[in-house]
Design a protein around this ligand. Structure first.
Ligand code: FAD
Ligand code: NAP
Length: 341
């Protein structure tokens, strides 16, 4: 069935990326159904337009105008697929807002997403980097997903294993990068709370709230309170969350670092030792520092912020300076988390 989708020309993207970087797209399309999305992809193919798939724009850096088509899938809906006394299976359309789904699930008595409260962006983007916070990752709650092949418009189902999830990583950032649009994510959530409060500051926050036996919604509220205090609100200060991934180094390198820097913040993992990138950046003298319109956030050095009017090049200049200083001081390479377009 033919569906008319508007291709807005020379569309402004400043309000569509949380860094607030001013850039334009040659075309912008915001399809609301699968048929409309298929049609948009077909037209992009016919006109050989480069494609940028956009969700909430909270994990990207726009380095300039985009010369092709920005497609923002706006598919909505939450469907209950099945339930038992212990669990529910839910299918969520890719255009749903992640945090709204977290709150919706808590209200339904579906648990498991508490620690992932207040992460910006869409449900469809969540598997791309296997979003994670406070010791929980998307892969802990996701069962499978549906994605549209950009080249053919066909739908494919991916099991959790097929997504090859890793730390802030998936097959959609690697071999299948730019090949699929995730249109639906299927979750398996629990009806019985299994709370994880040992990570970061959650336990202290619950204590400060006067809560001894937390309910899931209280863990969510604690996470929201910590995040509101510690992270810049993109509506007020442009940012893309953590700008670098926490580097994982071999145990031998960590031991040698610890001899020189006894206060180094680190966590043992199966594959080595994870260093807190925020600590490295802070120690390299970057906490709260800025060059022109871009700096690090004064409460969390891992977050780069746009103090106003920054371009993508301004952001990347500061990122490169931080990477240089951290490498020089600690011999550790910091990899960027957001994708640069
Ligand atoms: P976008 O930024 O629009 O896109 C990100 C990438 O995914 C792009 O490459 C895009 O092409 C691709 N993509 C988007 N939608 C789809 C789709 N439907 N199908 C295929 N590819 C798609 N991340 C965490 O993991 N944990 C956190 O705790 C966290 N906290 C944050 C806090 C703040 C204040 C901010 C600004 C960001 C934070 N992030 C965090 C990063 C970000 O919110 C997540 O990565 C989020 O999943 C990005 O969603 P988005 O819809 O904004 O994606
Ligand atoms: P934090 O609590 O100050 O902790 C600093 C770092 O230590 C975090 O990066 C975290 O690693 C690690 N950490 C803390 N407790 C740990 C534990 N018990 N075991 C293993 N590692 C531990 O961090 P924060 O900056 O306020 O962020 C809190 C959580 O939200 C973190 O999970 C963080 O990843 C997430 N977050 C992510 C983004 C993003 O854009 N990706 C933005 C804001 C917050 P991990 O990062 O590996 O968890």
């Amino acid at each position: 069935m033919a569906v008319d989708v508007v291709f807005a020309e020379n569309a402004a993207l400043q309000t569509l990326n949380t860094f607030g970087i001013a850039a334009n797209a040659r075309y912008l399309a915001q399809p609301e159904t699968l048929d409309a999305l298929r049609e948009v992809l077909q037209r992009a193919r016919l006109e050989s337009l480069p494609l940028l798939v956009l969700g909430g724009g909270s994990n990207i850096v726009l380095s300039g105008d985009f010369p092709g088509l920005v497609v923002r899938p706006c598919l909505r809906g939450i469907r209950l697929l099945g339930e038992t006394d212990a669990q529910v299976q839910v299918a969520v359309a890719g255009g749903e807002v992640w945090h709204e789904f977290v709150i919706h699930s808590l209200k339904q008595g579906w648990f498991g997403l508490e620690n992932l409260s207040l992460i910006p962006g869409t449900v469809g983007a969540a598997p791309v980097q296997n979003i994670g916070a406070y010791g929980v990752e998307l892969q802990d709650v996701m069962e499978s997903l549906l994605a549209m092949d950009i080249a053919t418009g066909e739908l494919h189902e991916f099991s959790r294993e097929a997504c090859r999830f890793a730390y802030r990583d998936s097959v959609f950032k690697q071999e299948l990068r730019d090949r699929y649009i995730i249109v639906e994510v299927r979750f398996c959530l629990s009806r019985k709370p299994a709370l994880k409060t040992a990570y970061g500051d959650i336990r202290q926050e619950l204590q400060a709230m006067g809560v001894e036996q937390p309910a899931p919604w209280q863990v969510s509220e604690a996470v929201i309170a910590i995040r509101r205090r510690k992270l810049p609100d993109p509506a007020l200060i442009g940012n893309a969350g953590s700008f670098f991934k926490n580097p994982v180094v071999p145990v031998s390198q960590f031991e040698s670092l610890r001899q020189h820097f006894p206060g180094i913040v680190a966590y043992t993992q199966a594959d080595g030792v994870k260093l807190a990138a925020g600590w490295l950046i802070d120690q390299a003298g970057w906490k709260g520092r800025r060059i022109g319109p871009v700096g690090t956030y004064d409460k969390q050095a891992l977050v780069l912020v746009n103090h106003g009017g920054a371009s993508g090049a301004d952001v990347l200049e500061v990122a490169a300076a931080i990477q240089h200083d951290v490498a020089e001081r600690f011999g550790v390479q910091l990899d960027m988390e957001p994708r640069v377009y």
